[in-house]
Write a protein that binds this ligand. Structure first.
Ligand code: ADP
Ligand code: MG
Length: 357
């Protein structure tokens, strides 16, 4: 097979790649390590009373990292602000925020038992890109102004054939470790490249959905984009090498390491957040016993910036009381008051500092 980067790669082989390309001792060992780290994360999370409170923050971090791989940049502060208050948001921050929403909405479908489908994949793409089209029916290229490194298959009928084969592997059980399937599915999705843009981000959302569909995670908390962003050049090179020379082993190991490292990192992060939450709880109990409730502390950790309505919605306080609570929390140094547009929002200072580390 001679691969020509200038021509649509309609010869992209259907799944699954022959074992001879990837069934090695090294892959086996990395698979074990990644599974072990993941199982520990899953186990420790299941002992936490309300792991859902981390979802917003972690999914926003993922949105930021995944978009940053595609040179769509925003800052933590802008993103957290925009999450709480829809006022005054720039184009990139909006796009990153859409990624977060696309992720959570697709995760909920998969969690409720929906299988992967063209519709779900198109929805993710449309949500991220704020577009109405779907699978492309025109040619795209990967590369820069000087060189084309890869031309994905074309057009719609070919893409649908490849995607249906992808879906068969994503939805059915096979005698292959799910983490190896994850790596292969991610390569295959990126190589199919079904949309005119947004393929990287859609594919990275599919990664976390796939993990949860395999019961490897109960909550959407394992996000590989931070790792991929850190080793971005390798990510591109390894994707290319699978296409050019069936170099599956290195690609799969890369993804397994991403899972292992990310599981460990996420566990540390979550433990750090819990510790801070406990400390904050103790502090409020001792300094502001008259306003303390566990629900109040939880709200302050559900997102970085809070506002009055969050307390009203959860029936913790009326609008007036909420304002008194926030004033006291500001006086005791836990929150910082800021004005965005014409509303006040309150930053959980220690939480913010911990997240951005
Ligand atoms: N040689 C390659 N083969 C297959 N996929 C690639 C290759 N190089 C890059 N990619 C994938 O393409 C993504 C970028 O595609 P794009 O549609 O622009 O996504 P997004 O808009 O999310 O940036 C990269 O993040 C990567 O996953
Ligand atoms: Mg792009």
């Amino acid at each position: 097979m001679t691969f020509n980067p200038q021509e649509p790669y309609n010869d992209l082989p259907l799944l699954f790649p022959d074992e001879k390309y990837w069934k090695t001792i090294e892959v086996y060992e990395h698979t074990n390590n990644a599974n072990r780290a993941l199982a520990e994360l899953k186990g420790r999370l299941s002992a936490i009373p309300n792991p859902q409170i981390f979802i917003n923050t972690l999914s926003l971090q993922e949105a930021k990292d995944s978009s940053s791989i595609e040179n769509i940049f925003t800052t933590n502060d802008k993103l957290f602000k925009a999450f709480t208050s829809s006022d005054l948001t720039d184009k990139n921050t909006k796009e990153v925020l859409r990624y977060g929403k696309a992720l959570v909405s697709a995760f909920n479908s998969i969690k409720s038992g929906t299988v992967f489908s063209i519709d779900i994949i198109e929805d993710i793409y449309r949500n991220i890109k704020d577009e109405t089209d779907g699978i492309r029916d025109s040619k795209v290229i990967i590369g820069n102004a000087f060189t084309t490194v890869y031309t994905p298959p074309c057009c719609k009928d070919v893409l649908l054939e490849k995607l249906n084969n992808w879906l068969e592997y994503a939805n059915n059980q096979h005698d292959i470790d799910p983490l190896i399937k994850l790596a292969v599915l991610h390569y295959q999705f990126e190589t199919i490249h079904p949309f005119k843009d947004g393929n990287g981000r859609t594919g990275r959302i599919l990664n976390v959905l796939f993990l949860s569909s395999q019961n490897l995670l109960d909550e959407p908390v394992l996000y590989l984009s931070k790792y991929i962003n850190e080793f971005k050049e390798e990510y591109y090179r390894l994707l290319r090498e699978v296409t050019e020379s069936n170099e599956w082993q290195n690609w799969i190991i890369y993804m397994l390491k991403a899972v292992e490292e990310t599981a460990k990192h996420t566990l540390n992060k979550v433990l750090g957040i819990i510790e801070l939450l406990e400390n904050t709880k103790d502090k409020i109990k001792s300094v502001l016993p008259d306003i303390y409730s566990y629900e109040l502390v939880e709200v302050l950790f559900t997102q970085v910036y809070s506002k009055y309505t969050f307390l009203e919605e959860r029936k913790i306080a009326s609008r007036n009381t909420a304002s008194k609570y926030f004033t006291k929390l500001v006086e005791s140094g836990i929150l910082e008051k800021e004005k965005v547009g014409n509303e006040f929002i309150f930053k959980n200072v220690a939480f913010y500092n911990l997240i951005k580390e």
